[in-house]
Design a protein around this ligand. Sequence first.
Ligand code: FES
Length: 82
Amino acid sequence: MILSVCVGSSCHLRGSYRIISELQQLIEEHGLGDRITLQANFCAGRCQKAVAVKIDEDSCVELDSTDVDGFFADHVLGVLAP
Ligand code: FES
């Protein structure tokens, strides 16, 4: 799975670096470092509400920096769990 967090200017102001750091921590805590690639990318054209996080090439979620745990549970663990 590839998680691409937007670090464009709008998303940066909404906390994209904090989100990257929290995702990195969650990936380590769950031992998923070999299954998830976490990367930064530039404007995904979805700057209106929250930080744009692309999941593989399939979908893009607007993630509020206060809901990283919920995002991880739903969109990462919920998908990768056997
Ligand atoms: S700056 Fe992140 S989607 Fe535009």
